[in-house]
Design a protein around this ligand. Structure first.
Ligand SMILES: [Zn+2]
Length: 358
């Protein structure tokens, strides 16, 4: 189906023995005899795929794959997914963060936990992209989508678990971590959640070339949406606001898990200060921070945490001055158009990270 992208052959996986394993030749073999994975005709399969999980049930996902092959992926998505999910899968808006991510044309980008490929496919119009995805069906969907869009030259799919696909050091210009950092604690329960997240970021930092960047889109632990009771990653509202031990206690007793892996509370988000501390532990620092007003999934309105930008955005989005209530609301929003308020309660953060000391 998809041609093997030639540039992929220049990339290496790292073997635990310390050698590099080139992603070439169909089967990825190390000099030490270890087999790291193989090309299956559409994607590089590394290790064993993770159990199915995703936006839709597995049988519906399989139907989507079959129909995508017959009718094309866009038609299949339109006929089989509800309108909200259809928009999520097809819109180019999910990659609208490109304007704040300074990359040269043709840069090599790793999309971590690429899902249905919405971000990876869009980035592949400008860059060479490795889409890493743990679920086999979703990885197949990305490969199919890339082939049908004529993007296979620029988009290579790697099917492997986010915590175990190890690239050799210093190869990527950027890594995209959109809606992923909060989930990694679910897939490695051998240590504390924060430790898993720090190790994950540290590993990603190792994949980067000197000067490489990591883009992170994620919820604010105490953001406005969380305060209003939008369900947390646990599937239950307000759990991010609670002390972790209390959230764990509630999740242990609830049958409302969003993910069956979520046996305790392991989907940590943080406050602005908490994120900076987490990044520092991984040897990273924020080069820029924005609030994504439409949420990190739709980073079309990114407001940097500086006074003028926040005031400008607020003035452009005031209510029509009708009754007293609108005037009061507008007054309040202008009074709160301050970096400290947005940093504290802004709904979703978008960070561009670089190696500390770079
Ligand atoms: Zn080896």
């Amino acid at each position: 189906m998809a041609d093997y992208p030639r540039w992929l052959e220049k990339l290496n996986l790292g073997c635990p023995c310390g050698r590099d394993i080139p992603l070439s030749g169909g089967v990825y073999l190390c000099g030490c005899g270890r087999k790291a994975g193989a090309w299956d005709g559409a994607k590089a399969v590394i290790g064993s795929p993770i159990p199915y999980w995703g936006e839709i049930p597995q049988d519906q996902m399989r139907r989507l794959l079959e129909e995508s092959q017959r009718e094309g992926w866009r038609a299949a998505v339109r006929s089989l997914l509800d309108p909200v999910l259809c928009e999520y899968v097809t819109t180019p808006d999910r990659a609208a963060f490109q304007e704040i991510l300074p990359l040269r044309p043709g840069a090599l980008v790793l999309d971590v936990g690429a899902g249905m490929g919405g971000i990876a496919a869009e980035l592949a119009r400008n860059y060479r992209v490795v889409a890493q995805e743990g679920v086999a069906e979703r990885a197949d969907f990305i490969a199919l989508r890339a082939a049908q869009e004529g993007l296979s030259e620029n988009l290579a799919v790697v099917n492997g678990d986010v915590n175990s696909v190890g690239f050799g050091p210093g190869q990527f210009d950027a890594a995209i971590v959109s809606g992923v950092l909060e989930w990694v604690g679910l897939f490695d329960t051998s240590k504390g959640v924060t430790e898993v997240q720090v190790d994950f970021l540290r590993r990603l930092r190792g994949f980067l070339k000197p000067g490489g960047l990591i883009y992170v889109g994620i919820e604010n632990r105490i953001g406005w949406a969380q305060l209003r009771g939008v369900p947390d990653h646990s599937g239950i509202p307000y759990t991010s606001l609670l002390p972790r031990f209390l959230a764990t206690w509630i999740c242990r007793r609830s049958r409302n898990y969003r993910s069956s892996h979520n046996a305790t509370y392991r989907t940590y988000t943080y406050t602005h200060g908490g994120f900076l501390k987490l990044f520092a532990r991984a040897g990273l620092r924020a080069r820029s921070t924005h609030i994504s007003v439409r949420g990190y999934d739709y980073p079309t309105e990114l407001v940097p945490l500086v006074q003028e930008a926040i005031v400008t955005y607020t003035l452009e989005h005031l209510n029509q001055p009708g009754g007293l209530k609108d005037r009061l609301l507008n007054g309040l929003r202008l009074a709160l158009a301050k970096p400290w308020f947005w940093r504290t309660f802004g709904a979703d953060f978008v960070f561009v990270l670089e190696a500390a000391g770079a």
